[in-house]
Structure formats: C-alpha cells, structure tokens
Design a binder for this molecule. Structure first.
Ligand code: PEP
Ligand code: MG
Length: 923
C-alpha cells in the first residue's frame, strides 16, 4: 500500500456489498444512498486504513489518509453548501465506527464534530437558536472528551447534574440556553483540567483525533471482550471502518425528532413497524435511555406525514434487503433522513416467526428461512417462563424488553455481577438505572437484566435480546441507589443479595424466586423444524435414560433414542441396595439372587422407554461405568468404622459401670437393669454394624483401581461378570417381546460400551443369541433387535472393519473418544489447563464441547470408511455430547453418519443444524 491507496469512499461510490472493507454500517450507508434513500452525505474510511494504522509503531495514520479526508470534506462542503470550520455556515459531522460484524454499542461515536467557539456562534446565527447551539456543543465536548481524549464520563455528569440542580429542572429538555452555555463552559474546563491541554479548536485536528480514537476503539477492552464472547474472528471482521456523516439534527424543535425502528417487532416477530422516537432530541437520547421514548404508533398522531414516509421507508428497506432491518432515522425540520440500517438482531422467537412469515410472503426462500437462524439460538425458545399457577404479586412493572423469566440475587453493578455470577457461580440479576456498553461483562455473568430507565431499544434491551437473556427495561417504579446497593420500590425495597425474579415477557418484577415452567413449541417453530427435517439428511435422536426424558425428547422432535445409559437406572434409591448386593456377592448364587431382583425392574424401565418412543428405535447401552462407582466411598467407610468403634467403646464402658454398681431390685434398680440391657443390645447392634462396614470396606478395597476410567468397566465388566449383561439383555428382549405381543412396534438396539476388539463383541453376541432364542420360545413371538457397538476407544476406530463383522451399527462415543485421543481426562483438563490452552490459542476450542475434527474427526472418518467396507449398510451415529453441537453436526453430515443423538433440549438445535449442514453440502 502506498500513497495511491484508496482509503476513503464517498457514499455514492462505495460497494455496498463489501462489508469487510467498509464495515456493515458504511456499506449500508453506501447502498442506501445508491438505492435512493435520503441519507445525509458522507464517506467511509476503510477497515484497511484501520489495520494499517494499528500496525504503525506510533499509531499514526497511513500516508494519504488525511489528504483524502481533506478531499472528501471539500466534496461534502460542495454537497451541503456549508464549510468545515466556516463561522458563517458551519458544516458539522458525526464520526462513527462500524466493522464487518455488527457489534452494537461496542465501539465509539462522536457527534457534532466541527464545533468550536467560532463555528458555535455561526451555528447559533444560522439556526437562530442559541439553546440548540449550546446543546450541540455540550454534547460534542462530552463525547469528544470521553471517546477521543479519555475523560471519564462521571466528571461531565457531575457538572451536568450540578447545573441541572441549580436550575431546578427535572428533564434535560427544560434546561435553558444559558444553562447549556454554563454546562459547555464547565465541560471545556473539565477537559482542560483532565488532559492538561485546551480543547482542540481546529475542526480538521478534531477530525484527525476522532478518526484515530475510533480506530483505537477496535482494540479497546469492550470490543475485544465482545469479539471473544461472540467468537468474532479476524476473518469475520478485521478492523473498524470510520463513517463521517453530515450531521442532521432531531433537536431543532417540535418539527424535528429522532428514533429507531425495526421493520418487524424484534420481540415477537410481528409484521408491524416497531420502534420508538423522541421529539426534539438527538439519537443518543433514544439509545441511552435518558428520556423514555414514545412508541412509533404515536407518530401517526404527532406527525402524520412523517409516519407515512416512515412506513414507505420500511417497505423499501425490506424489499431491498429481504431481511428485517434495524434502522435509525432523524427528522430535521420535517425532512426524514435514514441514518443507518442493519439486519435486525432479534430473539429466537422473532427470528423463527419472521422466517416463516417472510417465506409465506414470498420475500425469502425456505432455504433462506432456515439459514438465517443460528441453530444454537433456538435454545432460547426453550427458556423457562413463569409458572402461570404461581401466586405472586409483581412489585414493579417495566417494559418487556427481552423475553424469558429469571430469578437471581440482585446486584447493582457489573463488576459485582461478574464476581458473584461468573466467579462464584451464583445466579444474579443485574439491576441498573440504565446500562452502558462498559457493563457488558455484567451481562455475560447475569441471568437477566433490570433497568429503571430506558425503552425497548435502550442499550440494556438491545444487548439482552442479542444474548437471549431476559430483560425488563424502564421499570420506573424502581429507584436504584447504587451507593447503598439498594433499590426502592414503593414502600418496600430490595438489597444486594436479595432474590428477585424478572419476567422479560410481561415486564413484571417480583421479590423472591418465582417458579418457572418450560415453554411449548410455537406453531412457527414446528413449521420451521418440519422444513428442516425435509431438508436434513441426518436424523436426530436423543440421549434419554428415563421415560420422562424420552417423552420430552419426543416433544422436541427426536426420532428415537440413540443412547440410554442403563447405569443411570441403577442409581434410583430403590435399586441401589440391590445393585450393591449384586456387586459384593460372594457366590454366584448370591449374585444371581440380586440380579433376579433387578430383572423385573429393568424390564419395566425398558418397556416404558419402548412404549414412549414407539415406533422409533431405542438404543440401550449395557452397563458401562466401573462398578465401584455404585459402592460407598472408601474414606467414608473408614471414618464410619472409626466412629462406630468409639461408640462401641463408650457403650461397653457404660454397661460395665452399670454392672459394677450391683443389680439391686428396687424399682429404681429395675429401671437401671433395663438400661443395662438396652445398652447391651445397642452394643451388639454397633458390633454388627462394624462387621458389615468392615466387610464392605474389604470389598471396596479389593475393587479399588488405580485408574478406574481405564480399568474394569464397560464390556470388560460384562465379560468378567457375564450374569450382569445377561440380565440386562434378557430385560431388553423380554420388554421388547411384551411390547411386540401387545402390538407395539419396537426397535430395540443393544450396544456394547468400551469395545476394543471384535472378540469382546463376539462373546457378548453369544449371550444375546442364547437369550434371544429363549425369549422367543418363552413368549412365542418373534423379537427383532439390532446389535452394535460404541466406538469410543482409539483401537475400535482402527479395528472398525473387523468390528463391523459383528456390529450392525456403530455409535461414536465422542466423550470418551476425545479423552482417549488427546489422553486428557476431561475433569482435569477443564479444571486445570484447558482454559489456558484456549486463551493462548494452543487449542482453539474445548474439544469436549466442539468436536476436534482434525484428530477425533479423522479417526471417525476412518472408522466409517473401514466399517462400511465390511458392512456397506452399517448404520452409524454419534451419541457423545458433540451430537448437539452445530459445527460438530456439520462434520458428522460430511462424514456420512446416519444420525446424531443429543440431550432432549438440544434436539431442535440439532434438527436445524442438520438442515444447515445438508444445505451447505448442496451448495
Ligand atoms: C461417550 O463416551 O461419548 C458416551 C456417550 O459415553 P459416556 O459419556 O456415558 O461415557
Ligand atoms: Mg463413553
């Protein structure tokens, strides 16, 4: 790049599709200008200029940038008939950031740039409005001071409040020209005192400083945190552009206004212009929530002509972008300007509804309707809502700014939210008067957000919606006192640490924790997911261990169970003692007795699963974990025995003492005799308990393994103690026979965990064959089933061809396979070194959440290829946690798997992700 590099693009010339170069906002300003919308004239300084600037050692603008800025400013002067720095007809501009990815409020904007002591007077003369002039000036000094010169906002706020107090006014609009002049003077002093230099007067110098400040904000903490949180990588957005736009003013009197609009309602997706405006105000007033704005419906009454033009703007935007738009507008003296537009950020419910409706309106295709929704966002729709049966009185009502309900302890600042929420794992609700971009870390750590000021398009509302967190905004009945960490609500109050509940769907606020219930599928979500199922190649099954899990998995649209972990059935209170008896049995007869007791219980478990899932497949995994997991803890046993022995000693002592006192037979003595007897009985019971515990301790020690996860578990256990697997196989086949006899269509699938050689499978298959024959004879009814294996150890992948001789299906257990491939134990990795590995980019992702396609994925691909070489119709799926993760689902589609299986609430996510994967493969 050299002097001839083109760094700047006028709105008339920039390529509206090139968001990487011009940023989303800049590209849209160019595009809007070029499709004939009324956009104030301006230009974009490219993201390339930003990167080149950030690359310089001394943070200086690359050669040519300021020359091109001067050229473009001259062109703006021509277009507007005003002069930059001209005291008679001053040209004022805004300087705004904008990267390729929308990062609402994350970077900085400066308004009214070009004002100085001289141009201010010119502006006042030109408009004949001193109040307006000083208002613009004080805003500029504060924004420029904060953004470009790093002066803390509080210093300005203090002066502002002091003047407001002295003038005895409540609302900013009631401040007089003289008050605002006083504020400007104080602000100039604040800047000079803080920076040690006078406020810059020369407009071109102001512009240069502002451009650099916007570029710097790309590397500011807020922006960096935001990019990290939303995984915005440099190939998605690198650097910010700077948009320099001629100022238009919504605060030029009662024929002026400013507002933000959504072409459809971002809260529920309703096909109706949605938004808010303020008469006689600047845009920042709406976004910052300083005054509570009016709904756009009111505009029809207050400015009917403008309302019509706005409706026209809305149709033009949607027709052009074929997407819901979030736009900003200003009305200056009866002229409507569109200042920016971008794709609207909406919650999942609104995304789904608009997808379905826009498809029906012919605005978008089915494919687009599916692709525009991030699969993970569907989890939001499954967020809890307040139990309608719960009797609770709301203490305050605000605006329903982001749906969903949440309870948590109240905290009054973002740092505290982070401490309690992120560091201590508590559920917190962030309570603020209004939020600012610097509160972002508090949002991440909170369950929900409550503000006492601001509208549905305030910062709190927009950010919470983007994150899918509940938010109640503008609950004006609440008065927040941050210094006392308390909020007053009428004649009651809540303090930091008190539990409150907010309902972002209704806008209500409650004291205490109110129970919540799971939401139902909306008809639009059902429609959308039905489209997804038509397109997807992968089937989506669920991991479910109980009939309740299975029922909810069906509700979520699972077409079968891909993994039922039988050990979870053993943990029920009524089962555990029998399971323990089975494990500690000294003889085969004792073990068989325990297994006989377990058989009917397991048969019932399986039958219920089959019934709930019929006619879909139910894949049951034979017992997997090391058996000592069911036994008491060794150290606890040692401690119990110690305690019992101490008790035995004191009981014996008391008995001896009572004996030594002689057994005389007065009534008193009789009582004492009885007491002695009771103690003797107690002593016997204690001794017996000691014997039992000691026996258990012996067994536990005998079963102790140095590394149980790699020890006697899974199929190894099934081969050492065949009776256990035989009981489970019998229970599965008998349950299937019962169902089949009752006319219920069942597809039982038996899978064997931890397999590493086909010999293991062959051994278990002999049990299955024998029992299958017995069960068919016993029930006089054919029983169909499939036999397969988990593939979760590296050797199983390597021996896939041979395993497929016996296995009709493979089920990748990528939880274990990931551990085995990395030789990481999940618990140790996640608690100790993985966060560091991720932060320092040694590993990009947590491989236990996002499938490691390069390593684990490679093994899977080989296993699929080799397995199918032996058995072409080998059915293959995944049941590790990765089965519910969109990127991993995409990989599974590419690798030719037949299904993914994941937890119930992830099923809708997986269905949509499976459709995305199929669409991607179709190109
Ligand atoms: C797996 O290893 O991926 C699996 C599903 O089994 P589990 O998580 O029960 O070990
Ligand atoms: Mg496993």
């Amino acid at each position: 790049m050299n002097d001839s590099t083109k760094w700047l693009f006028a709105f008339e010339e920039g390529d509206g599709k090139d968001k990487k170069l011009l940023g989303g906002k800049g590209a849209n300003l160019c595009e809007m200008t070029q499709i004939g919308l009324n956009v104030p004239p301006g230009f974009v300084i490219s993201t390339e200029a930003c990167l080149a600037y950030l690359d310089t050692a001394d943070r200086s603008l690359p050669d040519g940038v300021m020359e091109q800025v001067r050229e473009q400013m001259a062109a703006l002067e021509q277009k507007t008939g005003k002069g930059f720095g001209d005291p008679e007809r001053p040209l004022l501009v805004s300087v705004r950031s904008g990267s390729a990815m929308s990062m609402p409020g994350m970077m900085d904007t400066i308004l009214n740039l070009g004002l100085n002591t001289e141009t201010l007077q010119g502006e006042i003369r030109a408009t004949g409005d001193a109040r307006f002039g000083y208002d613009a000036y004080r805003r500029f000094i504060q924004l420029f001071g904060k953004v470009a010169l790093g002066v803390p906002d509080e210093l300005f706020d203090k002066e502002f409040e002091a003047v407001k107090h002295a003038a005895e006014v409540k609302q900013d609009v009631d401040l007089s020209a003289a008050d605002l002049k006083e504020i400007s003077t104080r602000f100039l002093k604040v800047v000079e005192e803080y920076t040690g230099k006078p406020f810059p007067e020369d407009p071109m110098t102001q512009l240069e400083i502002a451009v650099k400040a916007v570029f710097n904000s790309w590397m500011g903490k807020r922006a960096v945190d935001y990019r990290r949180q939303f995984n915005i990588t440099p190939d998605m957005a690198n650097g910010t552009a700077v948009n320099v736009v001629t100022m238009v003013f919504g605060n030029r009197g009662d024929d002026s206004a400013t507002g933000v609009g959504f072409t459809r309602n971002p809260g529920d997706g309703e096909n109706k212009l949605f938004g808010e405006y303020l008469i006689n105000a600047q845009g920042e007033d709406v976004v910052a929530g300083i005054r509570t704005p009016k709904p756009l419906d009111r505009l029809k009454v207050e400015m009917p002509q403008m309302a019509e033009e706005l409706a026209e703007l809305r149709s033009k935007l949607e027709a052009h972008y074929c997407e819901v738009q979030d736009f900003e507008f200003t009305i200056e003296r009866g002229v409507l300007y569109c200042l920016q537009t971008r794709n609207g950020k909406m919650n999942a419910q609104a995304m789904v509804r608009t997808s379905v409706e826009m498809e029906k309106e012919g605005l978008i295709s089915k494919e687009r309707a599916l692709l525009r929704i991030d699969p993970m966002s569907l989890e939001q729709m499954l967020f809890p809502r307040l139990d309608p049966g719960a009797k609770a009185e709301a203490v305050a009502q605000g605006l329903p700014a982001s749906p969903g309900a949440a309870s948590g302890v109240a905290v009054f600042d973002a740092d505290r939210a982070e401490q309690l929420g992120r560091d201590l794992g508590q559920k917190v609700i962030l309570v603020r008067e209004e939020t600012k971009p610097e509160d972002i870390h508090g949002f991440f750590a909170s369950q929900g957000i409550l503000t006492s000021r601001g509208g549905k398009t305030s910062h709190a509302a927009v950010v919470a919606r983007g994150m899918g967190k509940p938010c109640v905004a503008g609950a004006e009945g609440i008065s927040v006192d941050v210094s006392r960490r308390e909020a007053l609500v009428g004649d009651t109050s809540f303090k930091e640490g008190d539990t409150i509940t907010i309902d972002g769907t209704s806008g209500r606020v409650y004291l205490g924790a109110i129970p919540t219930v799971e939401p139902d599928f909306t008809p639009e979500l059902s429609t959308l997911l039905a489209w997804a199922d038509e397109i997807a190649r992968l089937k989506v099954l669920a991991n479910a261990d109980t009939p309740d899990d299975a029922r909810s998995a069906r509700k979520y649209g699972a077409v079968g169970i891909g993994l039922a972990r039988t050990e979870r059935m053993f943990n029920a209170v009524d089962r555990l003692p029998v399971v323990i008896e089975m494990i500690v049995a000294e003889t085969p007869e004792q073990r068989q007795a325990a297994l006989d007791a377990l058989l009917p219980l397991q048969r019932k478990d399986f039958r219920e699963l089959f019934e709930v899932m019929a006619p879909h497949p139910v894949t049951i995994r034979l017992l997997d974990p090391p058996i000592h997991e069911f036994l008491p803890d060794e150290h606890q046993l040692e401690q119990d025995i110690g305690d019992l022995q101490a008790l035995a000693r004191s009981t014996r002592g008391m008995t001896a003492l009572a004996g030594a006192m002689g057994l005389l037979h007065t009534p008193d003595e009789t009582r004492r005799d009885l007491d002695v007897l009771r103690r003797q009985v107690d002593a016997i019971l204690v001794e017996e308990a000691i014997v039992k515990k000691e026996a258990m301790l012996k067994k536990v020690r005998a079963l102790h393994e140095t590394n149980p996860m790699l020890g006697h578990r899974g199929v190894r256990l099934g081969i050492s103690f065949p009776e256990i697997y035989q009981m489970q196989i019998r229970a599965i086949l008998e349950a299937a026979a019962e169902c089949a006899k009752a006319g219920i269509e069942v597809q039982p699938q038996i899978k064997v965990p931890q397999v590493c050689t086909v010999e293991e499978l062959k051994r278990v298959k002999t049990y299955v064959d024998d029992i299958h024959a017995q069960v068919q004879a016993q029930y006089g009814h054919p029983v169909n089933y499939k036999f397969g294996t988990m593939v979760e150890v590296v050797r199983a992948c390597m021996r896939a061809e041979s395993l497929a001789e016996e296995a009709e299906f493979f089920s990748f257990g990528t939880n274990d396979l990931t551990q085995a491939t990395f030789s990481f134990s999940r618990e140790d990795a996640e608690n100790k070194f993985l966060p560091l590995y991720n932060q320092s980019h040694i590993l990009q992702d947590n491989p236990f959440e996002v499938l490691d396609v390069k390593g684990v994925g490679k093994l899977m691909q080989l296993a699929v290829e080799w397995g199918r070489a032996m058995r072409p119709d080998l059915h293959v799926g995944i049941c590790g946690e990765h089965g519910g993760h969109p990127a991993s689902i995409d990989f599974c589609d590419g690798a030719g798997l037949d299904y993914v299986s994941c937890s119930g609430p992830r099923v809708p996510v997986a269905r949509l992700a499976a459709a995305h994967a199929a669409l991607k493969r179709r190109g």
